[in-house]
Design a protein around this ligand. Structure first.
Ligand code: NAP
Ligand code: GDD
Length: 322
């Protein structure tokens, strides 16, 4: 039975990846942070089937311990301070976790078991003020937030450990992927939750920032398969993963509100509070390499994703009302 270790297992992607790996017969070890309240909502249904162990990307010895104790065949580094606006408020913490945390984990792998295969969760935010459209593995980076800058560091340190120490280390440059398990502060979930609350009479407006930003949005459940595929290749390489289509936040609002028979223009209020100091205007993937070499194909379209998220929030908010 192969063993996989996931950092960030309590996050959106970690929960889908754990499900995916369990279905394939893996023993799954999840590294979790100690906190005064339990934050295992997304993996509650998996708790009997995964082993959870405390550790933190700030703490080198906790990372060495977990690798020594379980000697995983595959390590998926999904943990990060992942919310872009927070990275302006907490730039140093973001750098510590999202950038240096990658080096700490790579060092643990290199020192304890260099045969471990390593996945780094890189991001389309690294393209930032994008130099070309669409963006591929060859597009230069121009990050626009402390988060994006930290991810560029994480990306290059994974490449560097591959080139310096011959580790099987890969970076997946993933475009935005969403689900009913997405954090409530990200725009897709903020909108699906807002639509549900308005439809059920609990709110009468939804305050958002820039409606013209465009993203290449896909379903998180599809993207974790690409992570796994990247670790099953003969040679370690980096891949761009996205759908290859882009929609604006405005189109997202239209899709979500019209699904429940409402007009977004009656409810959405633009609020400068949610504008960013520097914006990423347009992201769109060129996933040709992942499709050709990994055989990866997304199964859920943008419209299906938005409808799935609104349905899920309608159910959840309705339950809260009972
Ligand atoms: P998420 O839901 O925000 O999950 C982040 C995870 O990191 C949580 O489990 C969190 O634990 C953990 N974490 C944060 N700080 C930590 C620390 N110091 N030590 C250990 N664990 C820590 O993020 P996601 O959407 O699943 O994304 C997964 C990864 O992919 C992230 O690295 C993200 O930057 C990257 N990424 C995401 C997307 C996307 O569209 N979702 C696209 C490209 C790249 P707690 O539960 O305790 O907070
Ligand atoms: N969060 C948020 N809230 N975003 C808003 C709002 C709002 O009220 N109004 C407009 N937006 C716009 C943002 O300005 C941004 O252009 C876009 O919606 C998407 O914002 P987020 O959903 O917060 O995601 P992100 O693109 O900044 O970052 C996500 O995707 C990256 C991959 O490209 C995160 O998951 C990152 O961790 C990930 O790396």
């Amino acid at each position: 039975m192969p063993t996989a270790m996931i950092t960030g297992i309590t996050g959106q992607d970690g929960s889908y990846l754990a499900e995916f790996l369990l279905e394939r017969g893996y023993e799954v070890i999840g590294m979790v942070r100690r906190s005064s309240t339990v934050t295992f909502e997304r993996i509650q249904h998996l708790q009997d089937n995964v082993t959870l162990i405390q550790g933190d990307l700030h703490d080198q010895s906790s990372l060495v311990d977990v690798i020594e104790r379980f000697r995983p065949d595959e390590v998926y580094n999904l943990a990060a301070q992942s919310f872009v606006p927070t990275s302006w408020n907490q730039p140093v913490l973001t750098g510590e976790v999202t950038a240096l945390g990658v080096t700490r984990l790579l060092e643990a792998v290199r020192l304890v078991n260099p045969d471990t295969r390593f996945y780094q969760a890189s991001s389309s935010e690294m393209f930032g003020k994008a130099k070309e459209v669409p963006q591929s593995e060859l597009t230069p980076f121009h990050p626009r937030s402390p988060y994006g800058v930290a991810k560029v560091y994480g990306h290059w340190i994974a490449v560097n450990y591959r080139e310096s120490y011959n580790l099987y280390a890969v970076s997946g440059i993933l475009f935005n992927h969403e689900s009913p398990r997405r954090g409530l502060e990200f725009v897709t979930r903020k909108i699906s939750n807002g639509v549900a609350r308005i439809k059920l009479g609990l709110a009468n407006e939804l305050r958002l920032g820039n409606l013209e930003a465009q993203r290449d949005w896909g379903f998180a459940g599809d993207y974790v398969e690409a992570m796994w595929m990247m670790l099953q290749q003969d040679q370690p390489q980096d891949y761009v993963v996205g759908i290859g289509k882009t929609h604006s936040v405005r189109q997202l609002c239209d899709c979500a509100f019209s699904y429940v028979g409402l007009d977004y223009q009656d409810y959405v209020v633009q609020d400068p509070l949610f504008y960013r100091p520097a914006e990423v205007d347009l992201l769109i993937a060129d996933p040709a390499k992942a499709q050709a070499e990994l055989g990866w194909k997304p199964k859920i379209s943008f419209e299906e994703l938005v409808h799935m998220m609104v349905e899920s929030d309608l159910k959840r908010v309705s339950k809260e009302l009972i």
